[in-house]
Design a binder for this molecule. Structure first.
Ligand code: DGJ
Length: 743
């Protein structure tokens, strides 16, 4: 890994084993982008990559020159209003009403490691030798604003992390009205754009279209990263697929309003912008103040989408997630939400836990409804004190009873919210976000607490930490069940109201930071009505996230497949629930529900006491299987093999680091009769090792399994040889193949 500055040509080259990123200080002292992609060897002069041609009707920089125009130059930190008509990386509103600025090169710094971003989640380096950081210092001479562009590269892996720090070294206050974290001008537009869109219970469906001239973007203005879009976009060459070809992934380590945009200009240059959504953002920067943007991450892969995903998985699992649980196998849990909803008391909970314990479940999670007047969703949010009529001895009482069963105890909270019918709201009506004199819009009868105010965050912290200090709580599910409206804070002046969305997120991160550092061994799982805030910002604090409220196995295949494009398997909350399923009312076999949920953190979302004995026996086997293989399932190298969006079958697999064990999940939506022979081509095996399978007497080398494929047709699995039973065959069927290399 290296970051080199070539003085003579004023060229920066960041490279490692996989990528190269090259920039040059331009003739007008602004910063130009020359190359981003597969690693190329370093040399002094790359200036031939600087593209400039006379373009009629453009506005030019130098007197007596009609070629040099910012309109078509590829740049790192472009502004609007001085000849470049594309969307800019930055916009600063000044006292005289002007929004024009000009950021010119001043100096640079290169240092080992990767700095923390104050108050914000970000990738980190465990020791200084594994990453290097370049800071390029630019300045707008008129306002004195200093912009520091941060670039970090790791020893290995096609990943670059970027952010911008603004420091007002001028005399007057300014307003940052646009502060994107990443701008990348690519030289052509021959890409497919893939976004991950959806809605509640159908999150992160990959949607692909050809990149076109003009602007295409995804964003959120929900106040959270949202169910509708994810802060993640892929650009892939049209010929690239899951296994080969060039792919860029752009991800934003942030949990609030965002925008990821591609703009293709008239000469087919593609400008990617990633950052806080500029609408609803206006940050006042007084003289002497600084503003740090969140971090954007770019991954390059020449091994297709799987290659890109594996890079994201490695970094997000090992260098974004932190703490005690980062590398630990996750406990198999049972959650009472779908088993009881709001209808429970302590005895009922303990019974559910005991039934689960009998099957081998390790953690019982008490979901919504245990506090204040929360007997339904009209009341109680904000009052984080146990409801004595349900839990006579408080949270400690029920936690002790669960612990006495030999299980761990987990608790649901929704700390950012308040019901009108709550003691907290009655005491502090101004603590909810609201515009004076205007109606407050509710979501699920609840309002959003003003987390831009320290006293509000402090108060919630006091309540939650008091519970965690008193009761033996090993896990927290942190929910967020509505988006933000009327984003106005009673605590800030008019010219700072544009800061509230972002200040809210800073308050949220502050609360997470305080709780996770005070209770480092508590496992946090984030959630927002399922997967409404499944983003890298959350993963920094909570290493797992409830993927979706949709627990149907067939739906989950799609949701988990789409989610895996960016996020590691160890981050995906996945549970077995009852049939008929509560969301789609579908009947699926128990084994398929587990076979999908194994590729995640795994747990149950039902009352196991209600299952017949034969299913209880099956559940016991599932839990034993998960305990045996969860390290591999959660931390192995994951490959998507066949897409559930493409046809009747889906498949994915994980492979151990030594390539000696692999687990393949194979799924068929509708049963077929008298069908063709089917096989799935495996990936990541050692071609020279011979693998045996739990489902077939046939042994095969890795090269056979990867090139010919593994037969998945029922009869092929050995029925002919008469020595094993015919495999089951039904609608919504699935199988788990465990492949073990022979010594
Ligand atoms: C939404 C979550 O996604 C569910 O799992 C559950 O915790 C409910 N909220 C409780 O209100």
């Amino acid at each position: 890994m290296s970051i080199v500055y070539h003085e003579n040509t004023r060229t920066f080259h960041l490279y490692n084993d996989t990528i190269s990123y090259i920039m040059m200080v331009l003739e007008n002292d602004q910063l130009g982008q020359l190359y981003c992609g597969k690693r190329i060897r370093d040399k002094e002069d790359f200036s031939y990559l600087f593209e400039l041609a006379e373009r009629p009707t453009t506005s030019c920089v130098f007197d007596r020159d009609k070629i040099y125009t910012m309109a078509s130059i590829r740049q790192e930190f472009p502004v609007y209003g001085t000849g470049d008509y594309r969307h800019p990386a930055v916009e600063i509103l000044q006292n005289n009403g002007s929004r024009i600025s000009e950021f010119v090169y001043e100096s640079y710094e290169i240092f080992a490691g990767k700095p923390k971003l104050e108050g914000l989640p970000a990738l980190y380096a465990e020791d200084e030798s594994e990453a290097e950081t370049l800071v390029i210092i630019l300045r707008d001479p008129l306002t004195g604003i200093r912009a520091e562009l941060l670039y970090s590269i790791y020893k290995t892996g096609g990943l670059l992390a970027r952010s911008v720090r603004f420091i007002n070294e001028g005399q007057e206050a300014v307003h940052l009205t646009r502060a994107m974290s990443l701008c990348l001008d690519l030289p052509d537009h021959e890409y497919d754009w893939i976004q991950f869109s959806g809605a509640w219970s159908r999150e992160r469906t990959p949607r692909t279209r050809r990149l076109e001239y003009g602007v295409q973007s995804v964003d959120s203005m929900h106040g959270n990263s949202s169910h509708e879009q994810n802060p993640f976009v892929v650009l892939k060459r049209p010929t690239a697929d899951e296994f080969q070809g060039e792919v860029f992934g752009f991800s934003f380590i942030y949990s609030g309003n965002f925008q990821i945009q591609a703009e293709v200009d008239g000469y087919a240059v593609t400008r990617m912008l990633v950052g806080i959504h500029p609408d609803c953002f206006d940050w006042k920067l007084e003289a002497g103040e600084r503003f740090q943007t969140p971090e954007a991450v770019m991954v390059y892969s020449d091994r297709g989408l799987n290659g890109m995903s594996q890079t994201f998985h490695r970094f997000y699992q090992k260098r974004l997630a932190r703490g005690y649980w980062r590398d630990r196998e996750r406990p198999i849990l049972i959650n009472n939400w779908e088993a009881t909803y709001f209808d429970f008391d302590e005895d009922k909970l303990v019974k559910i836990a005991a039934g689960a314990k009998n099957c081998g479940v390790e953690l019982f999670v008490l979901d919504d409804g245990w506090f204040g007047a929360r007997r339904d969703d009209h009341a109680g949010l904000g009052d984080w004190v146990a409801a004595r009529e349900l839990l006579p001895n408080g949270v400690k009482g029920v936690a002790d009873r669960i612990e006495a069963l030999g299980m761990k105890f987990g608790l649901w909270i929704e700390p950012e919210m308040v019901n009108r019918d709550s003691d907290l709201f009655r005491a502090h009506p101004d603590w909810a976000l609201a515009v004076p004199g205007r109606k407050m819009t509710h979501g699920r009868y609840q309002y959003v607490l003003d987390f831009s105010r320290k006293e509000v965050v402090d108060c919630i912290y006091q309540m939650i930490s008091a519970i965690l200090r008193k009761a033996k709580v090993s896990y927290i599910k942190w929910d967020m069940n509505r988006c933000i409206t009327e984003c106005f804070s009673a605590a800030y002046p008019a010219d700072r109201q544009g800061e509230i969305f972002h200040r809210y997120i800073l308050g949220l991160y502050d609360l997470y930071e305080r709780l996770t550092s005070e209770f480092p061994e508590v496992l946090f799982e984030s959630c927002a009505s399922g997967g409404g805030r499944f983003d890298p910002g959350m993963l920094y604090y909570a290493p797992q996230c409830w993927t979706s409220d949709d627990t149907d196995a067939v739906e989950r295949l799609k949701i988990q497949y789409g989610t895996s494009m960016c996020y590691p398997i160890s981050s995906m909350g996945s549970h077995v629930s009852v049939t008929p399923n509560h969301q789609v009312h579908r009947l699926t076999p128990l084994h398929t529900r587990a076979n999908v949920a194994y590729f995640g953190t795994f747990g149950y979302e039902l009352d196991l006491n209600k299952l017949p004995d034969v299913e209880i026996a099956e559940v016991k086997e599932q839990i034993a299987f998960m305990k045996k293989y969860r390290r591999l399932l959660q931390f192995g190298t994951f490959y998507r093999l066949e897409s559930p969006f493409a046809g009747n079958q889906a498949a994915w697999m994980v492979v151990s680091e030594d390539q000696k064990t692999a687990i393949v999940g194979w799924y068929r939506i509708l049963n077929t009769v008298n069908d063709r022979f089917m096989r799935v081509r495996l990936k990541g095996l050692n071609p020279d090792l011979c693998y045996s399978s739990n489902l077939s007497p046939v042994k095969a080398y890795g090269d056979e399994l990867m090139n010919l494929g593994m037969l998945t047709t029922d009869e092929s699995a050995g029925a002919r040889s008469g020595d094993i039973e015919m495999l089951e065959s039904m609608d919504f069927d699935s199988r788990i193949y465990v492949l073990t290399a022979e010594e």
